[in-house]
Design a protein around this ligand. Structure first.
Ligand code: SF4
Ligand SMILES: [Zn+2]
Length: 113
C-alpha cells in the first residue's frame, strides 16, 4: 500500500470499524460477510483515491460523493445503524468523526457568511 497521510488513514480505520460493527451486531455475523467485505474494500479504495486527498471533507458532506449508487445506499444503512452505537463501542473514533463533521460544517458556514 502506498504511503498516505494521517487523515485518510484515520478515516479508513473508522470506516472499517463501522462496517465490522454493523456486520457483527446488525447482521449477527461472527466474521465479515461477503457483502460487507465488498463494501469495506470499496470504501477503503475510494478513500485511497479520494481526489481531495488530505484536504477532503467527510464523505457524508462531500460535494461530489464518488460512491456508486448501490454502495452509497449500503454505506447509508451502515451509518444509520452504527452512528448512535459508535460512541459506545469506539468512543475515540466516534468523537474524532463527530469533530470532523462539525469542523466541515463550520468551515462551510464561514465561507457562506
Ligand atoms: S465521497 Fe468525496 S470525500 Fe469521500 S472518498 Fe469520495 S470524493 Fe473523497
Ligand atoms: Zn455483513
Amino acid at each position: 500500500m502506498k504511503a498516505k497521510g494521517t487523515l485518510i488513514q484515520e478515516e479508513q480505520k473508522v470506516i472499517e470499524q463501522m462496517i465490522r460493527l454493523y456486520c457483527r451486531q446488525k447482521e449477527g455475523n461472527e466474521t465479515l460477510c461477503a457483502q460487507c467485505e465488498a463494501l469495506r474494500q470499496y470504501a477503503l479504495a475510494r478513500l485511497e483515491h479520494c481526489p481531495f486527498g488530505e484536504k477532503k471533507t467527510t464523505c457524508k458532506q462531500c460535494p461530489i460523493h464518488c460512491y456508486r449508487p448501490d454502495m452509497r445506499e449500503q454505506m447509508k444503512s451502515v451509518m444509520r445503524y452504527v452512528g448512535p452505537r459508535m460512541l459506545w463501542h469506539h468512543p475515540k473514533a466516534a468523537l474524532w468523526h463527530l469533530w470532523r463533521e462539525f469542523n466541515v460544517q463550520q468551515k462551510r458556514k464561514n465561507s457562506v457568511d
